[in-house]
Design a protein around this ligand. Structure first.
Ligand code: GTP
Ligand code: MG
Length: 1134
């Protein structure tokens, strides 16, 4: 088919009803790019013989070499069905976990998705992830079950077995969507009931458009889920083998057989997939094929044909039969294909004519996926409501924009709304202005004329030479020749100039924004507002004059700037085409935004437009490396290169640590490799060296263990730890201000003795820690709300957020049960580090009232309370929180963040400019009291009873009535330091542990290599969680957890050891406490026997800790431990 001309595509862009924006999603290696190749070939962009081999959309060199997609890329295709012509903006996405952020950027711009599933492997972890992502973005999926040829040739299934296998796969996929659907319906029902209660007296009946797939009906029973599931008879499933170029939906076969057998197509459509069979005698289709042992229709009419074709062409190479089939199907096969030594060539020549996969898939896409006009209200509201803000609290003008979304109009009056989901770089060569264009007709004619002239002159010259051989050419012809030569050199020069130009310009990277236009029409050179994620339309509207446009000069509005669209591009895989304007509903590339847009942004001509909600990122960047240039003079280039890389990758993070190190954080090993290659070859163009991956750890405390390292009962370990802290403290300079009591309560005074704090640390229950971890977003929102309340601003929080906060609180209350946690939730003072981390500060100071963190739940009351606080206490309250934040940000073991630790502040004395001697008397009395308490505590059953002390008699000696002089100066600062130190000492007074980051790892392996996989897992401290056999195949699915610290080179090792038959997918899953104590030294006879005197070989935690300390340039205590052991040994032997 001819290459679609640009004009045709431009014409199609104007008709949004016939536009489909879609992406291809799947697990890694399930054949997305191969399928995309087939679709691209149908438009004549690549030859159909190369489809599947070229992987056209994998345009990067490393993508071709490694055979995996790393960046999502888009291409515009057209398709005609009947009298309708469609424009398809297709985005191919990567399937490897490391690049799942690229999937997020693709999904946001689309209305639909093709989900590809490998017929052998079935639903894999990433399949579930992409289905979830599609669901979260409210886009509609269709299914392609790919690689059916593997069922025939590799697994050697019979057609009947294959049918059962395919049914199973469909069930698996539908099970995933079913779970998503159920949870959503239940959630909505709860919300609706709540809404109803609120609105009962208003008597307002909501009218909703009827065409929503996800109905807002009351419950599961009533919810319409028929459109949700994949089913061949719904027309949303295609069976394919992309590599052999064939694919079909059952509509096609229903059509063929309805003509052949005279059965109605609708009847066939309903019965072709399912438990039906053909009763040849009665010429009727009957139910119950399985029970009666008959061949189901699908097997008889569909699969058998394909199976016998494969059998004839590939297995038996039966020439006669092939010819018969070819002629009966009315196909033409070129003789070079039928003579080819590889039977697959002939097979794909036949199949791609008989059942072209592109036809099947494109027809399904055009029919089943929604157009940009079908965008639902629900999706629009979701895109427009950021964070805690609810849609109906947005300014009126903003709410009106919803209509613009739904209209998707391209009139002059329609506001322009564009979302940029990522920035990517292109080579200069790929830019249309630098590319050599094909010659125009005039140019060709001119050239032809020139050539003809030359030829005529040459002939004429020959003639004169022949006529007059002695008198050599007259000067005239010489001149002409010289002229011609001149022209050609000039041309040559111009050509070479053109060639060399890009090289000069190569230094500069061209950033193109990957974007979708939701409303209005964008023109080249137009000026628009660029709205950052924190932009507030209410603020913008109030600050800007009415009717203000981006072309006018813009006053200072936070998170808003102006930019002009320097160039607009049509994205055509590797190429870009220049466009003058683009109407609503299309995916496009925009050049010239790199100054205003970092990774993503919302662009609009209306200041009322809210920023879109942030992308749902599935991958968490976890692998960090420090990067250095080989030559130090290259530092500025590296800095610039890292900045570019940060902009060009949705997931990579670039940081400069306090130590001055440049750190790159990536999602995994493969992603890391790609980022380093990019830095070397594109962005920095210098030699760089990367450190070994920096492995993150967390520090925590645990309850005292009951047994020792050789599983003997143990009662003293805890005390040993405290003993050590005491020793350390007494050695330190601060010993006169520090007091640690045996129960673990640490009291520390500021150097000027004006204030002192008493802090106790305790481990949080594991469930609480996980809850805190999974609720970071919510805690952050809570913190923002509290901040606003503290500043006296009112915030309109959506009921959904409020409900989520209340739910979170209730969950915490439920998990924090027992005497020690009595009232703890009410007394939460702060979360940390960074105010939303998984550690808690408790207010256990008797008599100290402060606004609760939950004040947004009881509106009004909280604000009044906040008002009652004097600025004096509020200031110092902040110091306590800051001290806690600092302490949780880096712990005493190896300066890694803390996790799952609860600090409770039990006493807090502030004296304002009191005389020194009085103060020390005061201190004494406190210490006295504290140790008395400690004794009382010791005599109770469990020595570590930290938070149980909440209800003890008052110990607060705050004196707010004193003059607040000096408190703004040093006291608040000193209090921060004292609080931080106190927390650290309190932490050290408990048994400390490291926490390691863990990956979950799913490996598919055949039975032969299973043993080797286990070998590698075992060597790297992996733990197998479960193993199951994939039904119908000889593949095993192994699920394991593996410490991140042991994971480098893991994928490679597995691949090598199994000759590429198994490849793992590593995804960050959770943090796990390493059970061994890094400070442990053998103390009992048995332990000496078991571990020897040094006992450092067995201590993995110590190794990790020392490695981190060494990397950070901290003191590593190896020598000291050795001496301590000796001394203790002596002591023991005495
Ligand atoms: N047997 C068979 N192999 C296929 C088929 N389709 C693709 N493959 C092979 O599967 C491998 C992966 O194909 P890709 O198209 O690169 O897979 P992908 O889903 O794009 O992979 P990522 O982009 O890395 O996630 C290639 O070796 C293909 O040749 C098919 O229909 N049958
Ligand atoms: Mg791919």
């Amino acid at each position: 088919m001819a290459h679609t001309s640009l004009d045709r595509i431009i014409a199609l862009q104007r008709n949004p009803a016939n536009i489909r924006n879609l992406c291809i999603l799947a697990h890694v290696d399930h054949g997305k790019t191969t399928l995309a190749d087939c679709l691209v070939a149908s438009n004549g962009i690549i030859s159909s013989r190369l489809a599947g081999k070229l992987r056209y959309l994998d345009s990067r060199e490393d993508e071709q070499i490694r055979g995996i997609t790393m960046k999502s890329s888009a291409i515009s295709l057209h398709h005609t069905t009947g009298d309708q012509e469609y424009l398809l903006n297709l985005i191919d996405s990567p399937g490897h976990v490391d690049f799942s952020s690229e999937v997020s950027t693709a999904v946001r711009l689309c209305d639909g998705a093709i989900v590809v599933v490998d017929a052998v492997e079935g639903v894999c972890p990433q399949t579930q992830v992409v289905l979830r992502q599609a669901w979260l973005e409210n886009i509609r999926p269709v299914l392609v079950i790919n690689k059916i040829d593997r069922l025939i040739l590799e697994l050697k299934l019979s057609s009947q077995e294959a049918f059962i296998h395919l049914q199973k796969i469909l069930e698996q996929v539908n099970a995933v969507t079913g779970t998503l659907f159920t949870s959503k319906v239940l959630e909505e029902r709860a919300e609706k009931e709540k809404d109803k209660e609120e609105e009962e007296d208003k008597e307002e009946v909501e009218t909703l458009t009827g065409d929503q797939v996800y109905d807002w009906s009351a419950g599961l029973e009533e919810a319409d889920d028929s459109l949700l599931y994949f089913s061949p008879d719904q027309g949303n499933v295609v069976f394919a083998s992309a590599i052999d170029g064939w694919g079909f939906s059952i509509q096609q076969f229903a059509h063929i057989y309805s003509q052949k057998m005279g059965i109605k197509a609708e009847v066939l459509l309903k019965t072709l997939w399912g438990d039906y069979y053909l009763n040849a005698k009665a010429k009727r289709i009957m139910k119950g094929a399985q029970a009666k042992g008959k061949k189901p229709l699908f097997v008889q009419l569909v699969l058998d044909n394909i199976w016998s074709l494969y059998d004839a062409v590939v297995t038996r190479r039966d020439k006669e039969k092939v010819e018969k089939v070819v002629s009966s199907l009315g196909l033409k096969v070129m003789s070079r294909d039928s003579r080819h030594s590889d039977p697959k060539v002939l097979l794909s020549a036949i199949c791609s004519q008989w059942l072209p996969v592109s036809q099947a898939v494109l027809a399904m896409v055009c029919e089943k996926l929604p157009s940009p006009l079908d965008i639902t209200e629900e999706r629009v509201e979701k895109l427009m409501s950021v964070g805690a803000r609810r849609f109906d609290s947005l300014p009126e003008q903003t709410q009106e924009l919803k209509r613009a979304f739904l209209r998707c109009g391209s009139g002059e009056d329609d506001p322009l709304i564009i979302f940029v989901s990522k920035m990517f770089t292109v080579d200069n060569k790929a830019l249309p202005k630098n590319r050599q264009r094909p010659l125009t007709h005039e140019e060709i004619a001119q050239r032809r004329e020139l050539a003809r002239q030359r030829h005529a002159e040459k002939l004429a010259a020959d003639q004169t030479a022949a006529e007059n051989p002695t008198a050599r050419p007259p000067s005239e012809s010489m001149q002409q020749e010289a002229q011609l030569a001149e022209i050609s050199t000039a041309k040559m020069e111009s050509l070479t100039l053109k060639d060399s130009k890009p090289e000069e310009e190569e230094e500069q990277q061209n950033f193109v924004a990957f974007a979708r236009i939701y409303s209005g029409v964008v023109k080249k050179g137009q000026r628009v507002f660029v709205l950052g994620p924190k932009y507030d339309p209410a603020k913008g509207l109030s600050m800007l004059p009415d009717g203000c446009r981006a072309s006018d000069c813009v006053p200072e509005v936070p998170h808003m700037c102006c930019c002009s669209m320097e160039s607009l591009f049509l994205l055509m895989g590797r190429d870009l085409e220049d466009l003058q304007q683009v109407p609503a509903g299309n995916v496009l590339g925009i050049g010239g935004l790199e100054e205003c847009v970092l990774k993503s942004a919302t662009l609009s001509t209306s200041p009322a437009c809210p920023p879109f909600i942030p992308l749902n990122m599935e991958a968490m960047p976890i692998v960090r490396v420090a990067i250095e240039p080989k030559h130090h003079s290259d530092m500025p280039k590296l800095v610039r290169g890292m900045r570019l890389l940060n902009q060009a990758d949705p997931c990579a993070e670039v940081l400069i640590q306090e130590t001055g190190e440049h750190v790159l954080v990536t999602a995994g090993e493969v992603h890391l490799q790609r980022c380093l290659d990019d830095l070397r070859e594109r962005f920095a163009k210098i030699e760089i060296s990367a450190s070994k991956p920096i492995i993150p750890f967390r520090e925590t405390v645990v309850r005292p263990p009951k047994v020792d390292m050789v599983n003997e009962e143990l009662g003293h370990q805890h005390k040993v730890a405290i003993h050590r802290v005491k020793e350390e403290a007494s050695q330190g300079r601060s010993s006169d201000t520090l007091h640690v009591d045996p129960s673990g309560l640490v009291t520390l005074a500021t150097p000027n003795r004006l204030a002192s704090v008493s802090v106790r640390a305790a481990p949080l229950p594991q469930d609480v820690t996980s809850l805190l971890e999974s609720s970071t977003e919510l805690i952050r929102t809570l913190e923002q709300v509290n901040m606003s309340l503290r500043e006296g601003r009112s915030v309109d929080i959506s009921p959904r957020t409020l409900e989520a906060i209340a739910g979170f609180k209730a969950q915490l209350e439920e998990l924090l049960q027992g005497r020690r946690w009595r009232n703890a939730v009410e007394h939460i003072w702060a979360f940390g580090p960074r105010r939303y981390g998984p550690n808690i500060l408790l207010n256990s100071v008797e008599g100290y009232q402060r606004p609760s963190v939950w004040q947004c739940l009881c509106r009004g009351g909280g604000a009044a309370e906040a008002g009652a606080q004097t600025p004096f206490t509020r200031d110092l309250d902040n110091s306590i929180v800051s001290g806690f934040q600092l302490a949780t940000l880096s712990g005493p073991m190896c300066e890694e963040p803390l996790m799952g630790v609860c600090f409770s502040l039990e006493r807090w004395d502030i004296q304002s400019a009191a005389p020194q001697h009085q103060d020390s008397v005061e201190e004494d009395s406190i210490s006295h009291e504290a140790s008395a308490d400690g004794k009382a505590e010791e005599s109770s059953e469990t020595p570590a009873q930290p938070v149980g002390l909440v209800s003890r008699p008052s110990q607060a000696r705050r004196r707010p009535e004193g003059p607040p002089q000096g408190c703004y100066g040093p006291v608040s600062g000193q209090l921060i330091a004292a609080m931080k130190e106190a927390c650290r000492h309190a932490f050290q007074a408990q048994p400390q542990r490291l926490m390691a980051a863990m990956y979950t790892c799913e490996i598919m392996a055949t039975a032969e290599v299973l043993g080797r996989v286990y070998g590698v897992l075992g060597k790297r401290e992996g733990r197998v969680l479960h193993e199951e056999m994939k039904e119908g195949t000889d593949m095993f699915l192994i699920k394991a957890v593996l410490p991140v610290a042991e994971s480098f080179g893991f994928a490679d090792e597995i691949r090598k050891r199994t000759s590429g038959l198994a490849s793992p997918q590593l995804v960050f899953s959770h943090w796990e406490v390493i059970s061994s104590d890094p400070y442990w030294v053998p103390t009992t006879e048995e332990e000496y026997l078991h571990f020897g005197e040094k006992a450092d070989s067995a201590n993995q935690a110590l190794k990790y800790m020392n490695a981190v300390r060494r990397r950070k340039g901290l003191y590593v205590e190896e020598k000291t431990v050795e001496h301590a052991e000796k001394q203790r040994t002596l002591g023991k032997n005495k």
